[in-house]
Write a protein that binds this ligand. Structure first.
Ligand code: SAH
Length: 566
């Protein structure tokens, strides 16, 4: 069962090491540390109770490294409310005990076992059905689906009360359970893919053993799939996946249908028709055709991951300036699910930690086109690939290189990849926010690097942007290979701005050892700037005033010319 990204909540510094070990199991999970008590957590909170209740109400699984009693008392007021019940676990701060508390149907026992395995202890499972029978009938393994939860609960309590049970159909996982089996029993567990009404003393479990081959030009696909299953007398929960020809990989119609039906979509080489396609994809299956679709019915649950392949994905992501709090949640989720990460080593490291099976391809900063093509080759194989940039991937970073590589390619497999660009907080915006609002009015963003554009163009743009009285943000302001360019740039800007014009220098913003400095154009010299610095130069209206902490605020007013009456 897949659960959403959990939150790891800690109260003291002593818990951080255990929290990091748990984070290895859920790399997208953030460690929330109590402000003032924990240094080095991914984010901090002020108030334990409010934080825990807020997470709970947002259906976020909670792993709290503290006494079970504290968690119970904190969440108690919410427990009578109907609604979300995420998994909630208490873990001893030294990692010696893992106690699942709430969220039995949210997979809390599964999580408890995963965490316990990572910490090399036993999970404190207390669910009677699960303990007595060695399995949770209500939470069958991934190849099986329970028909109805409410009748399932009644069924399990009957068994706990002493009733015996018969098993009809094949479910190897149940053979290992210690169920009170008796061939004469009144109660039965029926395992099979046929659509059927459960009788009074019956627990229905469907094996996910059926695949339906579909084609992109069928209208209302979800309805067509349901009709085909009905025609083949197959219960909907037995549907394990949809199948389609790899020539139709980019069809939104197919992907939307899979999404609506809640099953994966797998692609195989195109065949003469859908019956042939289904037969190639699922060997030893009975094939039934209905309404132009082909239904492949196997005896056992399908191992979907081995059928054909999935549509590959390529996400070009922005990490933001560095701090985990400034990374957008969509990027975190993407990092958690990817199979391959490509990028400049520093950024790949910043994006981690990754699980062992996630492959890291670190490259030199300059090999952008090679990296982009490598990413497409991997994604075209069906892998889920991330290309990392710092800040925003569309700002002097990998997104344009990736699109260039795709534009140059006529490989249909590359064009079929599910390509998405996920934004990040760019260095200019992160720096501006710390300084106040120097980019609060119109501004111009430039890279001072002349690696990929002639210096004459840079001079011309600088001149025009400065003349237009735009605030300026300089990326790549200087480097060993480009020592004099910044000085020349400042000369050009100086022709249009006074020496008092406010300037902000942000270095390693959002990273350890960050520095922020407000100065003026007249006082700015290139030796105050290096390649890890963001340079913001104000317009004629940008102003500064003292902050209570002794530094200063820098901002550019929203208006221009005369201040409007307020
Ligand atoms: N895509 C990135 C920019 C890459 S260009 C973004 O959107 O932020 C690299 C330049 O960005 C550096 O030379 C520096 O000028 C600036 N930069 C990147 N990260 C920075 C940070 N954390 N602090 C200050 N400047 C940074």
């Amino acid at each position: 069962m897949t659960h959403s990204i959990p939150a790891i909540v800690i109260l003291g510094q002593a818990s951080l090491a255990t929290a990091r070990r748990i984070q290895q199991v859920y790399p997208a999970a953030q460690i929330h540390g109590l402000a003032g008590r924990v240094e080095g957590a991914d984010c901090s909170y002020q108030e334990f109770g409010a934080t825990l209740r807020d997470l709970y109400q947002h259906n976020t699984p909670i792993i709290a490294l503290c006494a079970a009693g504290i968690v119970i008392r904190t969440l108690a007021p919410l427990l009578l409310e109907k609604g979300a019940e995420p998994a909630v676990l208490a873990v001893a701060e030294d990692g010696s005990a893992v106690v699942p508390l709430l969220g039995g149907l949210g997979g809390v026992n599964v999580m408890a076992r995963e965490i316990a395995a990572a910490l090399q202890v036993a999970a404190a499972i207390t669910t009677s059905g699960e303990l007595r029978f060695g399995t949770c009938l209500l939470n069958p393994p991934s190849g099986y689906a329970l028909a109805d939860l409410e009748s399932g609960k009644r069924f399990v309590s009957d068994l706990l009360a002493g009733h015996s049970v018969r098993i009809e159909g094949a479910a190897p996982w149940l053979d290992q359970a210690q169920l009170p089996e008796d061939p004469q029993a009144q109660r039965s567990i029926h395992v099979g893919s046929a659509a059927r009404q459960a009788s009074a003393n019956e627990l229905l479990i469907y094996p996910r053993s059926v695949a339906v081959a579909i084609s992109a030009d069928v209208g209302d696909l979800p309805e067509a799939v349901r009709a085909a299953l009905l025609h083949a007398n197959i219960a909907l929960p037995s549907l394990a996946c949809l199948l389609a020809a790899d020539t139709e990989m980019a069809s939104m119609n197919l992907h939307e249908a899979a999404l609506e039906l809640g099953v994966p979509l797998r692609f195989v080489a195109a065949q003469s028709d859908l019956v042939a396609l289904a037969a190639v994809a699922v060997s030893d299956a009975k094939i039934v055709t209905a309404d132009n679709l082909a239904v492949a019915i196997a005896e056992q649950p399908l191992d979907v991951a081995t059928i054909g392949r999935r549509r590959g994905r390529l996400a070009v992501i922005g990490l933001g300036p560095g701090a985990a709090e400034l990374m957008v949640p969509a990027v975190k989720a993407e990092l958690a699910r990817c199979t391959d990460v490509l990028g400049y080593e520093t950024y790949v490291r910043m994006a981690g930690p990754f699980r062992d099976e996630q492959v890291q391809h670190c490259t030199d900063n300059r090999e952008e086109m090679q990296r982009a093509r490598h990413a497409f080759r991997l994604a075209a194989e069906g892998r889920s690939v991330i290309v990392v940039s710092s800040g925003d991937p569309g700002v002097f970073a990998m997104a344009a290189a990736v699109l260039e590589a795709l534009h140059e390619s006529d490989d249909p497999a590359w064009h079929s990849v599910d390509l998405e660009i996920l934004p990040g907080v760019s260095a200019s915006l992160a720096t501006a926010a710390q300084a106040g609002a120097p980019l609060g009015h119109d501004f111009c963003v430039m890279s001072l690097s002349d690696n990929l554009k002639p210096w004459s163009i840079i001079e011309k743009r600088l001149d025009l942007a400065a003349e237009a009285d735009l605030a300026l943000a300089f990326y790549n302001p200087i480097s060993k290979a480009r020592p004099w360019q910044l000085g020349r740039a400042l000369e050009i800007v100086g022709q249009h701005r006074t020496a008092q014009t406010p300037v902000v220098l942000g270095r390693d913003i959002g990273r350890p050892g960050q520095t922020l400095r407000a100065t003026t154009l007249g006082a700015l010299t290139p030796d105050q700037v290096d390649m890890r610095t963001m340079v913001l130069i104000g317009s004629s209206t940008t102003c500064t005033f003292p902050r209570a902490d002794g530094s200063s605020w820098v901002y550019t007013p929203r208006w221009y010319g005369e201040k409007p009456a307020s």
